[in-house]
Design a protein around this ligand. Structure first.
Ligand SMILES: Cc1ncc(COP(=O)(O)O)c(C=O)c1O
Length: 350
């Protein structure tokens, strides 16, 4: 039996997660999704209109008929969701954008599930935790984004009994070495705030290398492979619960101290129910902020690359202003204070 919920043990403490214990971990989540749906009888997928390439590519590669639903500026589902699509042939794909928790969406999806819809819950930008409100038939995790490990992604379902025995191949090995280089370039840096000179130099060199490699690997699906056993072991033994709690604390701290005008959504509960990948803020020029933060040794993340609006372009104007501040569990109180001070000063100066 495979659980796609974390295993709660005594006193509510979560030490190990069945999620990762019983399931195969691929190099990337998109590869797991690709394999999982390869033989699916359903061939139509209802995707959010604001989505990353890692979600788009597996379904387009598999030749699914892709349909999109509108994503509100607070990530709410449309009132008439899912429209006239039937539960028989359409899979609903729901992303917890940035890991934000949206109670209204979840209530709606639970109701749809009880009506027979097959629902994929994308938790790539959050972590398994004891308090998470699970509802999907299958759940996606991308540990490389959240845990400071270079690779590791999976999809979990109660009916997933497939045992993938994937041959080692050179493309997969190349992908893994490239991912280890990339690791520190995301918002979840896996390191503390760094001295600015080193950080900028590192970024410059690594990006050069990465861009070249990324082209060769063509969306990374052909380089499918399983995660290295050392990474799997690490993931299996991490205490997700305490990592989530620390991230939630960090997010709450930023919520309370960042100037309110910067917050993406005003509801504190959306940031503090489950781990988020980065604290989302709204600024006119995310790249300008990114540079400013980098000068101050703070590693934030602008979403311009890799995320796409599938619907009308006017929505993109809004989403184009998203920026993620670091909240990962290695940050100290001093780091958090610095982030608040620097970001608030930036806002005051502009
Ligand atoms: C919401 C979401 N789901 C899934 C993925 C795919 O994860 P991976 O990069 O591990 O394939 C990503 C990353 O692009 C993502 O942001």
């Amino acid at each position: 039996m495979i659980y796609h919920k974390p295993l709660k043990i005594k006193d509510g403490d979560l030490i190990k997660s069945a999620t990762v214990e019983n399931n195969q971990i691929f190099i990337l989540a998109r590869q797991a999704v690709y394999y999982f749906f390869k033989n699916s009888e359903k061939r139509r997928i209802l995707l959010p209109g604001y989505l990353p390439e890692g979600v788009y590519f597996p379904f387009s590669e598999l030749g699914f008929k892709k349909m999109y639903y509108a994503v509100g500026s607070d990530f709410s589902l449309p009132d008439d969701f899912p429209g006239s699509r039937s539960a028989d042939d359409t899979i609903i794909y729901y992303i917890h954008h940035f890991g934000l928790y949206n109670q209204k969406n979840i209530d709606k999806l639970k109701q749809l599930k009880s009506q027979g819809y097959y629902i994929v819950e994308d938790r790539a930008l959050t972590l398994p935790s004891a308090d998470a409100d699970y509802f999907g038939d299958a759940t996606v995790y991308s540990y490389n984004k959240m845990l400071g490990v270079p690779h590791g992604g999976t999809i979990i379902s109660d009916i997933n009994t497939e045992d993938y025995s994937l041959e080692k191949n050179s493309a997969a090995e190349e992908l893994k070495s490239y991912l280890s280089l990339r690791m520190n370039l995301f918002c979840r840096s896996g390191i503390k705030l760094m001295p600015q000179l080193f950080f900028r130099l590192y970024n410059k060199i690594a990006w050069k290398f990465i861009n070249r490699k990324a082209n060769n690997l063509s969306h990374w699906l052909p380089a499918t492979g399983l995660a290295d056993s050392a990474i799997v072991h690490l993931i299996q033994n991490l205490d997700f619960q305490s990592i989530s709690e620390k991230i939630i604390y960090n997010a709450g701290y930023l919520f309370d101290n960042i100037r309110p005008v910067l917050r993406l959504v005003p509801d504190r509960r959306m940031y503090t129910r489950q781990a988020i990948t980065g604290f989302p803020i709204i600024v006119d020029d995310p790249q300008d902020l990114q540079k400013y933060l980098m000068k101050n040794g703070i590693h934030g993340f602008s979403l311009r690359q890799g995320w796409r609006p599938a619907q009308n372009a006017s929505k993109w104007d809004y989403f184009d202003k998203h920026f993620l501040l670091p909240v990962h569990n290695d940050l100290s109180k001093k780091d958090l204070k610095k982030i608040v001070r620097v970001v608030n000063a930036y806002k005051n100066a502009r």
